[in-house]
Design a protein around this ligand. Structure first.
Ligand code: AP5
Length: 250
């Protein structure tokens, strides 16, 4: 079951009681989580599982930009139109544009049930902006899950990814193929390949990760919130490892 997607791409929780899943009340406090890791490591896949099963808001900056990109030209701000161009090439969107977009998610960031940030922050300035905001609002950060995986596996995952245009469910042509080619199992929507899942954009995204995002690992290690998780294996195996890492911090 998918969470509900708001018009702007952010996702609100509505099923915190999937069978066998930890319920939010089993944890001591609301989870405020960040998912870190290279492109294609499985942040979106795990973000979907975690937000459904823990009942927390899933905020993916990539999804928010893609939702903005789908708006008609006249409904896009100039900053958003510019952001979509960066994204298509695989380059990082400027920090100020990203922060404006994240701040629009105020309700989710302040939510009593907690939130999960997927794809944000991605640079040290973004991490500082978020930290200042959370300090000011007295919102403690629960954990930063850092998904680790060899690059060869990343390229395999991204090259075969397919996404539902309607409900955003994520498939893979080899490891999670849809029952009917090109059609979403969940809602019957059309499956498409992302603009930035081509070899040239993947190489640019990996370089942006190494240069701008990898330094966040040390930043969050210094804050004592880093939870490294091996991202190799099935989605359920990775999910189970994530829960073990989170429980160790609860
Ligand atoms: P974003 O959408 O965040 O992309 P990304 O970080 O490149 O991550 P991906 O969505 O590609 O991968 P993922 O880790 O979510 O993997 P997934 O679960 O889909 O950002 C896109 C762009 O937006 C950026 O390049 C940038 O331009 C811009 N942007 C966004 N945030 C920004 C920010 N903060 N600052 C600046 N710019 C920003 O899985 C990948 C594939 O693998 C799928 O096919 C999936 O089915 C498969 N898979 C998943 N798990 C497994 C598994 N366990 N085993 C086998 N296959 C698996």
């Amino acid at each position: 079951m998918n969470n509900e997607t708001k018009g702007n791409g952010a996702v609100q929780p509505h099923d915190a009681s999937a069978a066998g899943s930890p319920r939010p009340e089993e944890f001591r406090c609301a989870w405020r989580l960040i998912l870190l890791g290279a492109p294609g490591v499985g942040k979106g896949t795990q973000g979907e599982l975690l937000s459904q099963r823990l009942g927390i808001c899933h905020i993916s900056t990539g999804d928010l930009f893609r939702a903005a990109g789908n708006r008609k030209g006249s409904e896009q701000t100039p900053a958003m139109a510019e952001a979509v161009k960066y994204m298509r090439h695989g380059d990082l969107v400027p920090d100020s544009t990203v922060w404006d977009l994240v701040r629009e998610q105020d309700d989710s960031l302040r939510s009593r049930v907690g939130f999960l940030l997927d794809g944000f922050p991605r640079t040290l300035p973004q991490a500082e902006l978020l930290k200042n905001f959370m300090d000011q609002e007295k919102l403690p950060l629960g954990a930063v899950v850092d998904y680790e995986m060899p690059e060869s596996e990343i390229v395999f995952r991204l090259s075969g990814r397919r996404i539902c245009a309607k409900c955003k469910a994520v498939f893979h042509v080899t490891w999670r193929p849809p029952k009917n080619e090109g059609v979403c199992d969940e809602c019957g929507g059309r499956l498409y390949r992302r603009d930035d899942d081509n070899p040239a954009s993947i190489a640019i995204r990996l370089e942006a990760y190494r240069h701008s995002t990898a330094p966040l690992i040390q930043f969050y290690r210094n804050l004592g919130v880093l939870a490294p998780v091996n991202a190799v294996g099935s989605a359920e195996e990775v999910y189970a490892r994530t829960i073990v890492a989170l429980e160790a911090r609860a």
